[in-house]
Design a protein around this ligand. Structure first.
Ligand SMILES: *Cc1c(COP(=O)(O)O)cnc(C)c1O
Length: 384
């Protein structure tokens, strides 16, 4: 079986000791052992989310949590504000529109972050408090942009709209302070910074969000937060949970907390810096603007002679010759960029090997590499 150096924005590499957890004997999800398991996971997760809010666990990918946040808090015809910086912000728009909500959109140019002032203006202008929720993406995985959630959260100033944050490619790699920043719903999933296989989604729910649930009239069944809460009191889930991923996540969050969250955040910052320095040394250009680059995903601009076709050959060489997987751009970004994920279980080895392989593969497809990426990158990662 081939082992890949998986440098995509998720799923991410899983430490062997986490993977081993998934091969445990199956247990009764209505029994004592599972009750202990979800209690432990919630306690661990609260530290990573930095919250005292309830954390609900859904057997689904991250998008399930995004849909759940919408159907549990809103009613048909409600007005919502989505700040979209790319494909994942657009996903909130699509889900909200599918459920008949009236969606107002703030859309900065691609590669730019959301401007807190633009949110503040919308909220100030909404004197009648028609906007029921504001949707934000912490780390826009499609463009490699980090949005300033902390600053945006300060723009609320008494406006009662719920702040709902997709933190799927950031939580566990980048700082997020759910309670201090007043975030009502924060969504993440097991397969990104949390270093576990795909299958589990986590959603924190504030008191205000619970109040909104009481009045919300959108249809729901599998995602019903109230049913999940009732079962949670019995330390169960309403339906059969993906038990192996629960085992995995307990282990992986223990690893994160053992390393120390501050150290984890710092590691991602340094690795991101090294990756970008290597990319630039080779003569490639970043897609996002400098002020908002994500520490966990590097999006690289496609510009001549590197186009979509050459990228296809490049990715093939990386995969076949070096076992390195990187991602192309999604949807309307396919001819604009490619992406390298460096979140979760990554260290300097992966960064340096990826840059080494990228240089070789670029040369082999005829790209005029400027300088070797390794010297600069090595200097930077030697700092961790
Ligand atoms: C990965 C990701 C998602 C969810 O994707 P799923 O495939 O449903 O897990 C949502 N938002 C962002 C920012 C992501 O990176």
């Amino acid at each position: 079986m081939k082992e890949y150096t998986l440098m995509i924005p998720g799923p991410t590499p899983v430490p062997a000791e986490v993977l081993r957890e998934t091969s445990r004997c199956m247990i009764d999800h209505r029994g004592k052992e599972f009750a202990l398991l979800i209690t432990e996971i919630e306690e661990l997760l609260k530290q990573v989310f930095q919250t005292d809010n309830d954390i609900l666990m859904l057997t689904s990918s991250g998008t399930g949590g995004m849909e759940a946040a919408i159907v549990n808090t809103l009613s048909p015809g409600d007005k919502v504000l989505v700040v979209s910086t790319g494909v994942f912000g657009d996903r909130f728009i699509d889900i909200a529109q599918n459920y008949g909500l009236e969606v107002d959109v703030i859309r900065p140019p691609l590669g730019e972050a959301a401007d807190p002032q633009s949110v503040e203006e919308k909220l100030l202008a909404d004197r009648e408090h028609k906007i029921k929720a504001v949707f934000l993406t912490h780390n826009e995985t499609s463009t490699g942009v980090e949005n300033p959630i902390k600053d945006i959260s300060k723009t609320r100033k008494g406006h009662p709209a719920l702040f709902i944050v997709d933190s799927i490619s950031s939580l566990g790699a980048m700082e997020i302070k759910t309670d201090e920043w007043g975030l009502d719903i924060v969504i993440t999933a097991s397969q990104k910074a949390l270093m576990a296989p795909p299958g589990l989604c986590f959603v924190s729910v504030s008191k205000n969000a619970w109040d909104a649930c009481q009045n919300s009239r959108l249809p729901r069944y599998y995602w019903d937060f109230e049913a999940i809460r009732k079962n949670k009191q019995k330390k169960q889930t309403p339906f059969t949970p993906c038990i192996p991923i629960f085992f995995a996540v307990r282990k992986s969050i223990e690893l994160l907390l053992d390393e120390g969250l501050e150290n984890v955040y710092q590691r991602h910052i340094v690795l991101g810096r090294a990756m970008r320095a290597g990319i630039r040394a080779m003569g490639l250009e970043l897609f996002p603007r400098e002020y908002c680059v994500s520490p966990t995903i590097t999006a690289v601009k496609l510009s001549p002679p590197l186009d979509k076709d050459l990228l296809k050959s490049l990715r093939e060489r990386l995969r076949e010759d070096y076992g390195v997987e990187i991602s192309e751009g999604q949807l309307y970004l396919a001819d604009k960029l490619f992406r390298i994920g460096h979140l979760g279980y990554v260290g300097h080895k992966e960064i340096l090997y990826t840059l080494y392989s990228l240089e070789k593969a670029l040369r082999s497809v005829g790209y005029p590499v400027k300088d070797s990426p390794l010297q600069l990158a090595e200097e930077i990662v030697s700092g961790i």
